[in-house]
Design a protein. Structure first.
Length: 132
């Protein structure tokens, strides 16, 4: 019975994680969809899209891993690696895009890690309260 309870907790943790970690991906997509046309209009009409698409796909991959993996240190390392990749790929040639993409690849995923942890803790407390 304890094994079933552990599997259920794992499925719930992953489900909460996938739901929460999809939000940074959505935010990145919306910022890109609305920001690139504005950036082209105001700053640089010759913005190259492939790097943004690659960063987006990396964020999808990292977000999925963040939702699936339980180790917080590994999660922080993944986010740091994503930010370092964006720094390497975009600076110094594209400082505005680099800053935005570094922000979008760091802050929302870190907030999602924090929120997932809090929601899982709250869920565990609710289950304990209902068990007694």
């Amino acid at each position: 019975m304890n094994h079933d309870h552990g599997n259920r907790d794992q499925v719930i943790r992953i489900g909460i994680g996938l739901a929460v970690h999809s939000l940074p991906v959505l935010l990145f997509y919306l910022a890109h969809a609305w920001g690139i046309p504005l950036y082209r209009k105001l700053v640089n009409p010759a913005v190259v899209e492939p790097m943004a698409q690659f960063s987006f796909f990396l964020l999808i991959l990292v977000s999925a891993l963040l939702a699936l993996l339980p180790n917080r240190k590994f999660k922080l390392g993944l986010v740091a690696a994503l930010v370092l990749f964006n720094i390497w790929a975009l600076f110094p040639e594209n400082p505005v895009r680099g800053s935005v993409y570094c922000f979008l690849s760091a802050v929302p995923p870190l907030l999602a890690v924090w929120l997932t942890q809090r929601l899982c803790q709250r869920f565990e407390r609710l289950e304990l309260a209902h068990a007694h």
